[in-house]
Design a protein around this ligand. Structure first.
Ligand code: CLF
Ligand code: SF4
Length: 521
């Protein structure tokens, strides 16, 4: 079967040629397909990225994460998630949260989600699963804490696992009630749990949590934080003992817990957490949070990357989190929730049996596409000269998914950031263009979108997209970012490495190490 004709991903839509899928069976990626690079080069899907870091894991675990867009960096190019906002209440207070907004532990402050009953949530999930067949995971992540709303959360999971057994279930919690609801989580076959752990030291925690609600009482200060930490650690241990995959989220708060998070990473790894997701604090005075009002700053891109790198020595790091909303729908980085409002899903006729068959075919096609991509060699730079320095280079990529460069520069709301170096290509993170300021800098209201985009791409030396106009081209060049449109529809990592090779060929790294001077420009 020609994958090129069977699977086309454009603007986040997956378009299928039904005939091409006849006789195609759903397969799970084999160990080799996921991780093994072809001899003499890196595989496109795994070169230095998160999936490569997962290569030491047993096959059954990799099978559980291969289509989870948050637990596998590779999967997030292909598979979508959805959140249902069924959990309004919370049992703690975080200084980065304003209850008017979604839970900032697992979603960004923004517009308040449309609160759903469990029945409405299930109806919505079926509608999304039928219309976005690459949606594999349903998570409950707010707008409050799922385990502070146990009836609503578990009623949703129960109905969903009965009616849509092909959807993975996922939950994200502050951890306070984790030990209490362990049996319920197991009963509903929740395979992926995220716990937000911002500290393991109560003295650090008092700068983050003013109070918790515990045994019908509000407990303030250190005592409350101590209980929260104990419950989180106990819950983490219980989850691991029961074979549930645990991701730990931590919000990086400069001057509060940034120095402490490396210890957190080491400790949660020792306890068996699967993945650590260090997210930047999102803070704006307009959100009305304690930090926003107090002028607490967010980390810069460089600070976040440095901390993620520092923690990476201790454990698998997630770097592709989009801090999505509690009602997010679609691939990470896109939000198709507006297509599935309550009034719209009321009008949809869903035949879920038939939808499941389509979903299986779509997943099989993605599997084949991924397998094909693992056959693509990323050619490492040729003719490296021992007397020259080849520094790593950051490159921005515009993509709508599918692991290829397929987005127009002007349509990109975010860019994936890759680092190219002589030993390969690795995914670093993502940058948004216009949604919010990432701390520091001068991205004020008056800044044009183009200026904001260029600002967001600070530190990048190349930008790869499917198309770009002349004006933005010139502006990027002027800012020291070389645009590339010629790699349209090419696999990302291979294209990034090809640009790196071009830079070498152009003499961009012509520093004579032995002479210690720049040989040419
Ligand atoms: Fe949702 Fe979270 Fe499950 Fe993913 S999100 S409950 S693990 S399905 Fe993912 Fe969104 Fe980041 Fe969360 S990108 S905020 S890590
Ligand atoms: Fe807000 Fe979530 Fe913290 Fe609760 S756990 S206070 S909803 S950020």
């Amino acid at each position: 079967m020609s994958l090129g004709t069977a699977l086309a991903i454009d603007s986040g839509e997956l378009i299928l040629n039904q005939q091409e899928f006849q006789n195609v069976e759903l397969k799970v990626l084999s160990q080799d397909q996921i991780i093994v690079a072809p001899e003499g080069g890196c595989s496109a899907g795994s070169c230095g990225g998160t999936d490569d870091q997962l290569s030491h894991l047993p096959e059954d675990i990799r099978r559980r994460v291969h289509n989870h867009p948050c637990y596998s960096e590779q999967a997030h190019h292909y598979y979508a998630r959805m959140h249902v906002a069924v959990a309004p209440a919370c049992n703690i207070q975080c200084h980065y949260c304003n209850r008017k907004y979604d839970c900032a532990n697992e979603s960004r402050p923004g517009v308040v989600s449309e609160l759903l009953t469990p029945e409405q949530a299930v109806k919505k999930a079926l509608a999304v699963a039928a219309n976005i067949p690459q949606m594999t995971v349903l998570g409950i992540a707010g707008p409050g804490d799922p385990l502070a709303n146990p009836e609503r959360t578990f009623a949703t999971f129960r109905m969903l696992s009965e009616q849509a057994p092909d959807i993975k279930l996922c939950v994200s919690t502050n951890g306070l009630m984790l030990p209490e609801y362990m049996d319920e989580l197991l009963r509903h076959k929740i395979d992926h749990v995220t716990v937000t752990i911002n500290c393991v030291d109560p003295d650090v925690g008092t700068g983050i949590y003013p109070w918790i609600f515990w045994n019908h009482r509000r407990i303030k200060g250190r005592k409350g934080v101590q209980i929260l930490i104990e419950q989180q650690q106990k819950g983490l241990q219980m989850l691991v003992e029961r074979g549930i995959l645990v991701k730990v989220n931590s919000v990086m708060i400069p001057g509060v817990n940034d120095k402490h998070l490396k210890d957190v990473s080491r400790i949660v790894k020792d306890k068996g957490a699967f993945l650590h997701n260090v997210m930047p604090l999102i803070t704006e005075a307009g959100h009305g949070t304690f930090y926003g009002v107090m002028g607490q700053r967010a980390p810069t891109h460089a600070e976040l990357n440095a901390l993620q790198d520092a923690c990476a020595g201790d454990m698998n790091m997630m770097r592709h989190c989009r801090q999505c909303r509690a009602d997010a729908v679609g691939l990470l980085g896109e939000d198709r929730n507006a297509e599935f409002t309550l009034d719209k899903i009321e009008t949809m006729e869903i035949d879920y049996q038939s939808a499941m068959e389509t979903r299986a075919r779509v997943h099989a096609a993605i599997t084949e596409d991924l397998a094909a991509k693992t056959q693509i060699n990323i050619v490492p730079p040729e003719s490296l000269d021992a007397h020259r320095e080849y520094r790593p280079v950051l490159m921005a990529v515009a993509t709508t998914g599918g692991g290829i460069i397929n987005q127009h520069f002007g349509h990109a709301k975010e860019f994936l950031i890759y680092e190219a170096a002589p030993d390969g290509v690795r995914f670093i993170g993502y940058r948004e263009t216009d949604l919010y300021c990432f701390g520091g800098g001068d991205c004020g209201e008056s800044e044009s979108l183009l200026a904001k985009t260029i600002h967001a791409l600070e530190g990048c030396e190349a930008m790869l997209c499917s198309r770009i106009g002349l004006g933005p081209w010139d502006a990027l060049e002027e800012a020291g970012i070389q645009p590339y449109g010629e790699y349209a529809m090419e696999p990302i990592e291979a294209a990034v490495m090809a640009v790196y090779q071009e830079m070498i060929d152009n003499g961009d790294f012509d520093v004579d190490v032995t002479a210690g001077v720049k040989a040419s420009v």
